[in-house]
Design a protein around this ligand. Structure first.
Ligand SMILES: Cc1cc2nc3c(=O)[nH]c(=O)nc-3n(C[C@H](O)[C@H](O)[C@H](O)COP(=O)(O)OP(=O)(O)OC[C@H]3O[C@@H](n4cnc5c(N)ncnc54)[C@H](O)[C@@H]3O)c2cc1C
Length: 430
């Protein structure tokens, strides 16, 4: 397999995991990241079993390092409540069931581990390197950074997130769809532990479903911090801005009808940590590759989804691994366009089905009180999210229907992206 010269635009989770996967295959990888240092913004994210499986394939120690940087979830990792404090259900068993547990981690901690591993594997990461233009008219694509530097490569990967510059060059007219905003805030864990009214929140993540709003609380950094994510409609956030400050009074007022414990926790948010984001979804792009076939989009740049399936970063991780497998089939630079097409053919059905699940969850999880809400709660009590008691442990290749289709959760959490990608490549490149 030839070693290609690959440029990755964006050093977020998608860019770094792709850098790691490609460096481990022997390619020469350069990452251009616009910020001056990797950002500590962001809250708790939960890595699902399908993404944990991928991390386990890269190096013998990566999975353990990631686990040590966060908290592994128990077998029934999360509880769901109505906004008025009524308990609804506990998440179905995962962990041993899907071979890998899920875990909670602060986004910045995951990014740091991926940066260290990608660098160890040989990738070179440049910060302060904002790409403003790509020239894809010649044999090899060229990126230009705002400081005038020119970066030529065999392949350019656009991993520059929801507001991707690379995608904007390919599709100047694409508009991000956005309906929901989220307040993000952090609370010191010891402060909660010392308060008997708040301590129960530290036991395991909780999701509160309310009319047109919902709240997710996750203990992170080994209980040193508690991360709150509070969704609401309107226009408080701005797409792609991760640093916008939230208005504290408006934040508290927005959830004034929620139960007393979670409301009390909200009053303990460190004021400076309160940010407000816009959650966005990208319409399906006609193609992820540009004209030469040597510029490709990945992760949020290609298929940003709202976080109601908790799979945005998992899809970025799967994409990175899949892209590395696809490129391993190219015997020369002239075969790059063909394998990138295969990458898109393999990945698109999965990421867009997950995008549709997220939209479906956004509706279901924020239903107003009433008949539809009661049916939802009853259905969830009968077959909790994640549960698949009748699964025969065979890999689910075909895209299933949504829950309660019994193949859905095994398709989502039991996915083996490396094996599946290689089997599909064998078919597509015959
Ligand atoms: C600061 C920040 C905090 C986040 N916090 C959370 C969170 O708490 N929970 C959650 O679920 N999701 C969060 N996300 C989004 C989440 O990381 C992504 O949805 C997911 O991981 C997919 O990763 P990605 O690499 O496609 O995008 P991102 O992780 O957004 O990474 C994109 C990277 O590209 C860089 N970049 C952008 N434009 C350029 C350019 N022109 N040239 C060079 N570099 C560029 C950005 O600085 C960023 O580092 C956050 C994203 C960011 C940037």
């Amino acid at each position: 397999m030839p070693a290609f010269n690959i440029l990755i635009v964006g050093g977020g989770l998608g860019g770094l995991v792709t850098a790691l996967a490609l460096s481990l295959k022997g390619h020469k990888v350069t990452v251009l990241e616009s910020t001056s240092k990797l950002q500590t913004i962001g809250g708790g994210i939960s890595i699902q079993p399908n993404a944990m499986r991928v991390l386990d394939t890269f190096t013998p120690t990566l999975l353990e390092t990631v686990k040590a940087a966060g908290e592994v979830q128990g077998e029934k990792p999360m509880t769901f409540w109505r906004y008025n404090g009524e308990f609804v259900f506990e998440m179905g068993t995962r962990g041993s069931f899907y071979d890998y547990p899920a875990m909670n981690i602060h986004r910045a901690n995951l990014q740091k581990v991926l940066l260290d591993e990608a660098t160890k594997a040989g990738a070179v990461v440049h910060t302060n390197a904002r790409v403003e233009k790509i020239d894809d008219s010649g044999d090899s694509p060229i990126a230009y950074t705002v400081d005038g530097r020119r970066w030529e490569a065999d392949l350019i990967v656009g991993a520059d997130g929801v507001k991707s510059t690379v995608r904007n060059m390919m599709y100047p007219d694409i508009k991000l769809q956005s309906y929901t905003n989220t307040y993000r805030g952090m609370i010191p864990g010891p402060l909660m532990r010392a308060d008997p009214e708040l301590a129960p929140l530290l036991e395991k993540p909780r999701i509160y479903w309310g009319p047109h709003r919902m709240v997710i609380g996750i203990p992170v950094q080994k209980g040193a911090m508690y991360s709150l994510e509070c969704n609401h409609p309107g226009d408080t956030g701005t797409a792609g801005e991760w640093n916008k400050k939230g208005d504290f009074k408006l934040f508290l007022d927005t959830y004034s009808d929620f139960e007393p414990m979670i409301k009390k926790a909200m009053t303990r948010v460190i004021p400076d940590s309160l940010l407000v984001w816009k959650l966005v979804q990208l319409p399906e792009l006609e193609s992820w590759s540009w004209q030469s076939g040597k510029v490709v989009l990945t992760a949020d740049a290609a298929h940003a989804v709202t976080p109601f399936a908790a799979q945005g970063h998992a899809m970025a991780i799967e994409d990175g691994a899949a892209l590395a497998e696809c490129l391993a089939r190219a015997k020369s630079t002239s075969e790059i366009p063909q394998v990138l097409k295969a990458f898109e053919t393999i990945r698109k059905p999965r990421v867009h089905h997950i995008g549709a699940l997220s939209q479906r969850n956004e509706h279901l999880w924020q239903l107003p009180d009433g008949e539809e809400q009661r049916k939802r709660d009853e259905g969830m009590r009968n077959i909790p999210m994640g549960a698949a008691p009748a699964w025969d442990r065979k890999h689910v290749d075909e895209t299933p229907g949504f829950p309660p289709d019994p193949r859905f959760w095994p398709w989502l959490y039991g996915h083996d992206v490396i094996d599946f990608t290689n089997r599909r490549l064998d078919e597509l490149l015959k």
